[in-house]
Design a protein around this ligand. Structure first.
Ligand code: ZN
Length: 154
């Protein structure tokens, strides 16, 4: 539906221009109770040093929430992705919702996760692709980071 496309545009706008992007990585994780931990490890391993210094725990929290959601309500593997611009880190998890849960629009973890994500991020959303895959994402504002080594000029 149109609304989903709008979400996509909001994400592009909120995450800054593509020219600002300095890191984009993705990994596929097996759906298991270990996935949230693997999502945290993926963030720790891949987030750029400057953003890790500012926001590692926050980005890991978002990754954990999304991975947990995918494990609880999905089927099959999930893909986690990270994207940095100068002012934001965008975390997303893409998964195939399980048929059994697809009709339950709200489950408790959904509600709690939503509150957590809204508390830590500047923009967030959920999109459903044509093939039925669900993508949860949020953009965490980190302030403007310098891509050069941070040195005191004096
Ligand atoms: Zn970065």
């Amino acid at each position: 539906m149109d609304r989903r496309n709008e979400n996509g545009r909001d994400e592009q706008a909120s995450a800054g221009g593509a020219e600002d992007e300095h890191m984009a990585r993705a990994r596929t994780l097996m759906r298991s109770v270990l996935a949230p931990r693997e999502a945290r490890e993926f963030v720790e391993t891949n987030l750029c040093r400057e953003h890790a210094f500012r926001a590692l725990a926050t980005v890991q929290l978002a990754a954990t929430e999304f991975a947990s959601q995918a494990v609880l309500s999905g089927s099959g593997p999930l893909e986690i992705s990270l994207r940095c611009t100068r002012t934001t880190v965008t975390v997303a998890v893409r998964y195939q919702p399980s048929a059994a849960l697809a009709r339950q629009s709200l489950i408790l973890t959904d509600e709690l996760s939503t509150q957590v994500i809204q508390g830590i991020s500047r923009a967030s959303g959920a999109q459903t692709a044509k093939d039925g895959a669900r993508r949860l994402w949020c953009s965490i504002a980190t302030g403007h980071i310098s891509l050069l080594p941070d040195r005191d000029p004096h």
